[in-house]
Design a binder for this molecule. Structure first.
Ligand code: ADP
Length: 499
């Protein structure tokens, strides 16, 4: 049984099947948008033990495809589901993917992550060879799928199957590179010549992300500002050299927001629905948030600030924790949802105990509470040190919760800063707690001016980050790699018609 695809996505997460962050959100909507535009698209992703499968019931389509890593006889089963018409293939190898977490536990990364994702990429290559014809473009994402680019780059030299296939590699976060011991390179199946500073070698370590950058035909990242920033030593995470070398083939394409999932008018998790032309019910959502978190009812009349994200220095959680005692003096509510650094989780719980009337911290991962906080907060906090794109600020804009954010990456590209007439949020120059507090003071002052605040909320709610523009930019990128639309196949609908 086979199929013919123009574009094969290869990624380690896809919402609603699996998710740890923004990558999953993107893979849950971009391929579907392209599929609905008429392209023949599929997604290849791991079959995790935590997979939310029941609704889409994946079924076995290939049994025992030879993968040959790390031992010659190792094989994979492949399951397939149809997600709103989009074919999704799941690589199934229980001992690699049927685990409690995706990549790490509280004790650190799984010791065999390199082996797991070499296996995943090799299994994806084996699966693609089973298709009716080679995909025209393989679009891989982040370090977990980066090796696909290296395999195809070298594969073209001896295997005619890949000769007309182009590759595009999207970096969602340059800090996560997949760096491992040289020992693992020798078993990866890459030829010896890949072991160079122009290839996968990085100061004697095996760097999977670097291979993706070096070997893909086109490299993209998820916002125009981040595409510029990563060429510098400040944001390049040590890879600025190879990125500068590839700068002619590097593009920044801003992510979109999936308004079928993130829309306060039709959000199944909210106590009441609201929209820019009927925003009154946001107050009911605020009350619901306060009730759910056992915060005092008086906070309904005070500003409530929300934070959702990984509790890591990237997200500036340390800056927020530092200023919480000063925020409490202003009698505001602060709600934090996240998991990550054990020291930040502990500090958060400690602050909750010290200031039970103002602070509520939820340590963990809950999709429902992410929606409830977006809707129930007044102000959204994003003091990131760097932000490749950031999706939560786009969601907060739609939920009428103006963001206060650092002037980095995608935050700069999506938030119009106060005091401009068309402002949708507040931006501060550098990740610095004093500057963060100053920006928050501006936000709190404007919050008191009900009319002006309402105007800012409505401007943000009307801002449109739907996937139309991004999907068209990716289509243009595929065309630049030689993908030619089959006019008969294109439905004539734009993504905005169908999403
Ligand atoms: P990241 O850098 O983590 O990818 P983004 O802002 O791009 O950040 O996307 C984060 C996504 O993960 C959003 O959908 C957000 O709601 C979700 N998210 C992050 N942390 C949590 C959590 N603790 N619980 C539920 N959802 C979360």
């Amino acid at each position: 049984m086979g199929s013919k695809f123009d574009i094969c996505f290869v990624a380690s997460e896809m919402y609603p099947f699996s998710k740890t962050g923004g990558l999953a959100d993107v893979i849950g909507v971009l391929p579907l948008t392209l599929h609905r535009m008429g392209l023949k698209v599929c997604v290849i992703t791991p079959l995790y033990g935590r997979l939310a499968t029941s609704e889409y019931s994946p079924h076995l389509v290939y049994e025992d495809i030879n993968v040959g890593y790390p031992w010659p006889e190792i094989s994979t089963d492949v399951f397939k589901a149809t997600f709103h018409g989009l074919p999704v293939y799941f690589i199934d190898r229980g001992e690699y993917f049927d685990r409690r977490y995706y990549y790490c536990t509280h004790k650190g990364d799984y010791f065999d992550n390199c082996e797991r994702f070499i296996f995943f990429c090799r299994a994806a290559m084996s699966l693609m060879k089973k298709l009716d014809s080679p995909p025209k473009v393989v679009h891989s994402h982040d370090w977990h799928a980066a090796l696909i680019n290296s395999f195809i780059y070298y594969g073209k030299r001896h295997d005619p199957y890949w000769k007309d296939t182009s590759t595009i590699f999207t970096i969602h976060n340059l800090a996560f590179q997949g760096r491992f011991s040289v020992r693992l390179f020798w078993d990866s199946g890459l030829p010896y010549e890949a072991w160079t500073p122009e290839g996968v070698e990085y100061y004697d370590s095996f760097n999977l992300l670097k291979g993706g950058i070096a070997h893909a035909d086109l490299v993209t990242t998820v916002s125009p500002s981040y595409a510029q920033e990563i060429l510098t030593s400040e944001f390049g995470c040590g890879l600025e050299g190879i990125l500068q070398k590839r700068s002619h083939d590097l593009k920044g394409i801003l992510n979109g927001a999936d308004y079928t999932v993130w829309n306060p008018e039709k959000d199944k998790y909210l106590a009441a629905g609201y929209s820019w032309d009927s925003p009154q019910a946001k107050a009911a959502c605020k009350k619901d948030l306060i009730d759910k978190l056992f915060l005092p009812p008086r906070l309904a009349d005070r500003p409530v600030l929300g934070f959702i994200g990984r509790l890591r220095t990237q997200k500036g959680i340390d800056l927020l924790l530092e200023i919480i005692p000063q925020l409490v003096k202003k009698d505001v509510g602060v709600v934090v949802l996240g998991e990550g650094g054990a020291e930040y989780e502990a500090q958060l719980l400690d602050l909750m105990e010290r200031f039970p009337g103002n602070i509520s911290g939820l340590v963990g991962y809950t999709e429902e509470m992410a929606h409830v906080i977006q809707a129930g907060s007044d102000i959204f906090l994003m003091p990131s040190r760097y932000e490749p794109c950031g999706l939560t600020q786009m969601y907060s804009l739609r939920y009428g919760t103006p963001p206060v954010a650092t002037a980095v990456g995608g935050l700069k590209d999506t938030i119009k800063p106060y005091p401009d007439a068309d402002a949708t949020g507040f931006i501060f120059d550098r990740p610095d707690s004093a500057l963060f507090l100053q920006a928050l003071d501006q936000a709190l002052a404007l919050f008191e001016n009900k009319e002006k605040w309402r105007e800012m909320q409505l401007r943000g709610m009307r801002a449109d980050f739907s996937w139309t523009t991004s999907a068209e930019a990716y289509l243009k990128a595929y065309k630049s790699l030689g993908y030619a639309e089959d006019k008969k196949k294109i439905s004539g609908k734009t993504p905005s018609d169908v999403i």
